[in-house]
Design a protein around this ligand. Structure first.
Ligand code: NAP
Length: 246
């Protein structure tokens, strides 16, 4: 048990795999309650069965659907009575050079990684303002700090997440102790490389992940660190990579 997170209610988007799934596990181990959202409801239901319905709830949501995100957050609050934190984690990484003109992927990446995050803020912020407390945790990336030639759109979304989070941090000063954390991981072993579909790029990215990626527990521990701070301490940025990453 990690005393400071006991009974905290944490909403997690993208909880059906990878970083979101592992963070849900570690949070429940630490005594928190989690509201899990993603499109693959079967995966969420399995996780709820593992964590126990007294600790976790599942809601099928596509974060590109604004009304759906509102319903997810409202459902979580109705079930658990409050929202201590929201981990805006759902994301895709369809890397490719711009010259491949994979315009559907550009749209998807912006819709999920940027608009999805904004819809999450729109849904949860009124609750946090009314409560007078809350913590928003955002998942940027090393790709939100450093640009690479297959990452134009993905990097743009992850730089954008940092801009949104920093603006939010400054905006909420009048509403009590609302806190804002940006987590920027390097390569972590999840299903994310599967969202790279471009020929040649998929193989290259998967190869890099296979050789250097670190376990998702690294991310979950960073989330718990940020959530464990006393109310007057606002952890704003955590950037970490595999030791082997360039
Ligand atoms: N793994 C890394 O190396 C790494 C590094 C830096 C940043 N990140 C970021 O970490 C976050 C989590 O990714 P991950 O690595 O854990 O990859 P992952 O295993 O592929 O998980 C992505 C999650 O996002 C959800 N998702 C995708 N599109 C969605 C949509 N339209 N609506 C709702 N949920 C959606 C997926 O659930 P469903 O498919 O069931 O909807 C899944 O739960 C992403 O924002 C990613 O950019 C990852």
């Amino acid at each position: 048990m990690n005393e400071p997170v006991v009974d905290k209610v944490v909403i997690i988007t993208g909880a059906s795999s990878g970083l979101g799934e592992e963070t849900a596990r570690q949070l429940v181990k630490s005594g928190a309650k989690v509201a899990l959202g993603a499109r693959r409801k079967d995966r969420l239901d399995m996780l709820v069965a593992e964590l126990g319905p007294e600790n976790a709830s599942a809601f099928q949501v596509d974060v590109t659907d604004r009304a759906g995100v509102e319903d997810f957050v409202a459902d979580a609050r109705a079930k658990w009575g409050k929202v201590d934190a929201m981990l805006h984690n759902a994301g895709v990484m369809p890397l490719s050079p711009l010259a491949m003109k994979r315009t559907d992927e550009w749209d998807l990446c912006i819709d999920v990684n940027l608009k999805g995050v904004l819809y999450g803020i729109g849904a949860v912020l009124p609750i946090m303002q009314e409560q007078g407390f809350g913590q928003n945790l955002f998942v940027s990336s090393v790709a939100g700090h450093v640009v690479n030639p297959i990452g134009a759109v993905y990097c743009a979304t992850k730089f954008g997440v940092r801009a949104i989070a920093e603006s939010l941090r400054q905006e909420v000063k009048g509403y009590g102790p609302l806190r804002t954390t940006i987590l920027s991981p390097g390569a972590v072993d999840t299903e994310l490389p599967a969202s790279v579909k471009a020929e040649g790029v998929h193989e290259a990215v998967s190869g890099i992940y296979q050789s250097i990626a670190i376990p998702p527990s690294s991310f979950a521990q960073a989330v718990i660190f940020a959530l464990s701070q006393p109310e007057e301490v606002d952890i704003n940025e955590i950037l970490f990579r595999p030791t082997k990453e360039a």
